[in-house]
Design a binder for this molecule. Sequence first.
Ligand SMILES: [Zn+2]
Length: 297
Amino acid sequence: MTILRTWGPWIGGIILVAVVAFGGYRYYLLTKELQITKSDLASTTASLTIAAQQQSDALTNEQSKNAQLEAQLSELNNSFGTQISSLSTTVGTLSKLASTDPELLEKYSKVFFLSENYVPAKLSNIDPSYVYGIKTLQFQSDALPFLTAMIDASRASGADLSVISSYRSFGTQAILKSAYKVTYGKGTANAFSADQGYSEHQLGTAVDLTTKTVKDSFTGFEKTPANTWLTANAYKYGFILSYPSGNGYYTYEPWHWRFVGVKLAAMLHAENQNFYTLDQRTINAYLIALFDPIQPQ
Ligand SMILES: [Zn+2]
């Protein structure tokens, strides 16, 4: 008991110190472990953050690629659209050209010959109200509305115009010519009636016009108000004077008007030029516009 009393506090002290030391050591170990776990966690978090960032970057990249592709696609679509619309315009132009008779803008006179086989593809009867005398006259169907519009306008302004002659076939022209030769003699006939095949009348787009006073003689037509009106206005309806005064191709025929389309007639009028002195290639450029509508007056 004495020993216990003597050493007791010492032993108790030693045990206490041992417990404290062990506790301290455990604390130290735990703290260390915690630190390691914390640093592991931080590094995992960092790698996760990096991975997430990479995913996000990849997504952004894909999205931008998509946007780029979409833009390219829409550009392609647009360019297709443009190509298709320009193709359809070209097709429209080509089919318009293919359906327009190129002979209608060729030169026919003493020098230029039209095949005896040529017959206009479309001919229509001219309404008798536009015809001088009682006879059936025909005109190229697509050009006919231009002729009637011109006559209507001339009549509305007081000039009394009528058609005395229009389409004449190769055969009719031949008969007419020999009749003129019998009546007037060859020299005179040549001067005012073209040989068959050289006449614009075979095209179906040329007319001889007259008035109630001039009748079927043609003489004096030049002095009529109708002629003054035609000279100032016929171009608006696509008509030109084929053989004006002083031309080098044919006798002056103030009554003989040919349809060449509003665009070409307007150009000839504006530049004071003659159809027969134009280069054929220049004329041909107007074929596409042959039946373009009359411009509102
Ligand atoms: Zn004529």
